[in-house]
Design a protein around this ligand. Sequence first.
Ligand code: R5P
Length: 297
Amino acid sequence: MKPLLLALHDQLGLAAGLAAAIAAEPGATELRRFPDGESLVRIATPVDGRDVVVLAFLDRPDDKFLSLAFLARTARELGARRVGLVVPYLPYMRQDTRFHDGEAVSAACFASLVSREFDWLVTIDPHLHRYDTLAEIYDIPCRIAHAAPLISGWIAAHVDTPLLVGPDAESRQWVGAVARDAGAPAIVLSKTRHGDRSVTIEVPDLARWPDHTPVLVDDIISSGHTLAETVHGLRAAGAPPPVCIGVHGLFAGDAFNLLQKAGAGRILSTNAVPHPSNALDVTGLLAAEIRDLLAGA
Ligand code: R5P
């Protein structure tokens, strides 16, 4: 029997393409909000005895996770064989330690909730910093797909002499992979975070890379201040408008405008988080991991 693909909060209709790529039947779901804000989920396609693949876009996860958990629990109650989660952007990974006394380690709390409701997980470039692997916090099989080949392919097609720039030490893993694929030089800068919307970035002398176009790559663009400060510093050092690429373009509040005002050139992201800046399609990357997981079932 074909697997069934269910989706909630799929505003760009990406589920149809993913269903085709994994030879799954697209299933129907309904999500209704009561006047008091509580939600009611309904699965309108039979799931009994089937592998169920749930596609979820979890930017703004607090608005979406509860209905997602209801969907997974309901699929199990109705007899699904296994229920997997495809979550292109895995939220809460940045709160990976107790930065201040008494704080929740949200990455681990969230992992525990997901592990309770799903049998496996596929995601794109999760923010692995203090954890080396998702297995440290998730109790279910997890597969990670990497956006680096998509990003390096785009750079090869659109930027003549790129200089890859990572804004902080954590970005080294993504920038390094993209630079290797693109055969381009890379530098990783140093960031100090002072608050949610306040960072300083140290920009080095760019004399070694005359005529290069900076291409900033980060895994997450949230408030936009990390990349805006980087753009600002690079422009002040005489660089042309930098291309800004985020794997997960959350673009909270006025982040996109902030980046434009700082002097960025083209700003683009993958469709792991639906946004008008999406220029890189992760469907194929996700599909390869899902097919592999389903085949091993
Ligand atoms: C954290 O280190 C991440 O890799 C990003 O650099 C960070 O989340 C960006 O956040 P913001 O856009 O709010 O500066």
